[in-house]
Design a binder for this molecule. Structure first.
Ligand code: SF4
Length: 180
C-alpha cells in the first residue's frame, strides 16, 4: 500500500478547534504546491522533462502535472535546450506574457550557459535576456535533478513575501532586463 504524506502546515498558533497563521504563509503554501510549468523545450533536455512527467518520476506528486502552454496560466517557465540567438526574443516574449508571480528555471547546461555550444549563433545562457531563479546543471540533467530544481522553486514560492514583487530591488532587477 502506498504511503501518502501530507504537506507540513505553516508556522502558526493552534489550539482546540483553531489554527492561525499569516496570509503570506497560506498563499505561499498554496502556490508552492500548485506550480504550473510552461515547458519551453528546444532539444534533448526536453526529453528528460518528458520522463519527469511520466509515471515513474510523476511530477504530479508536486502539484505540477498540468503543463501550461499558455504563458498566461503558467507559474514557472522551464527553458530546456539550446537557445539560438534568433530564439532569444521568443523566450523573452513568453516570459513577458506570464503574469506575476512568475519563476524561471534554466534546465541543463545549454539553457544555463550555452553548454558545449560556445559559438556565434547560440545564446550563452538565458539569463542574458530574462532573470533566472534556479539553474539545473547537467547535459542532460536527470529527471531527479529537474525535480530538485522544481523543489527549489517551491521553496522560493513558499517563502516569498507577498510584497517582494513591489520592492525597489525587484523593480531594479526587471529594469536591468528592460522588462516593464
Ligand atoms: S544541455 Fe546537453 S542534453 Fe541539454 S539541450 Fe544542451 S546538449 Fe542537449
Amino acid at each position: 500500500m502506498s504511503k501518502v504524506n501530507i504537506v507540513d502546515a505553516p508556522e502558526g498558533f493552534e489550539g482546540s478547534g483553531f489554527f492561525a497563521t499569516s496570509l503570506d504563509k497560506i498563499i505561499g503554501l498554496a502556490r508552492s504546491n500548485s506550480l504550473w510549468p510552461l515547458p519551453f523545450a528546444t532539444s534533448c533536455c526536453g526529453i528528460e522533462f518528458m520522463a519527469t512527467m511520466g509515471s515513474h518520476y510523476d511530477i504530479s506528486r508536486f502539484g505540477s502535472e498540468r503543463p501550461s502552454f499558455s504563458p498566461r496560466q503558467a507559474d514557472v517557465l522551464l527553458v530546456m535546450g539550446t537557445i539560438a540567438k534568433k530564439m532569444a526574443p521568443v523566450v523573452k516574449q513568453v516570459y513577458l506574457q506570464m503574469s506575476e508571480p512568475r519563476w524561471v528555471m534554466a534546465v541543463g547546461a545549454c539553457a544555463s550557459s550555452g553548454g558545449i555550444f560556445d559559438t556565434y549563433s547560440v545564446l550563452q545562457g538565458i539569463d542574458r535576456v530574462i532573470p533566472v531563479d534556479v539553474y539545473v546543471p547537467g547535459c542532460p540533467p536527470r529527471p531527479e535533478q529537474i525535480i530538485d530544481g522544481l523543489m527549489q522553486i517551491q521553496e522560493l514560492a513558499k517563502n516569498e513575501s507577498l510584497r517582494r514583487r513591489n520592492t525597489a530591488e525587484y523593480k531594479a532587477l526587471l529594469d536591468s532586463y528592460k522588462v516593464l
